[in-house]
Design a protein around this ligand. Sequence first.
Ligand SMILES: [Zn+2]
Length: 137
Amino acid sequence: MKKPLKGIMLSQDLLDQILEYAKGMYPKEIMLLARGDRIGSYLYIDEVLSPPLQHNGSDFASINIFYTPFTPSIIGTIHSHPSGALMPSLQDLLSYMGRIMGIAAYPFEGKHDFAFFDRQGNVIPYYIGNKETAKNS
Ligand SMILES: [Zn+2]
């Protein structure tokens, strides 16, 4: 029997990479795909990918779903909010893809500037750890 899902897990390195990228692209918005799988009680994010043909505008990022490699290992999307709002917009919820949606908000300094949301816009708790942490907890 599967353990109930406790939340999402990713490494400190990956979180730093996402925040650095968002900071580097500011004031443009970034859009990434999250690859991962279920490990133990967590959805573990292994890596993030840049979707092909992305359009980086100053206030939005859109991806063309027909050119996006939506293999089963893509568990969701991650994008940035240069405005600093750490919550999904109505447009985010309408264009929701996958199982999880990560949002990095300005000033992209640390864990408190990043959050995950489900399709209804509710926060999904996330934890910092490696695969071993996920397996053993
Ligand atoms: Zn958004």
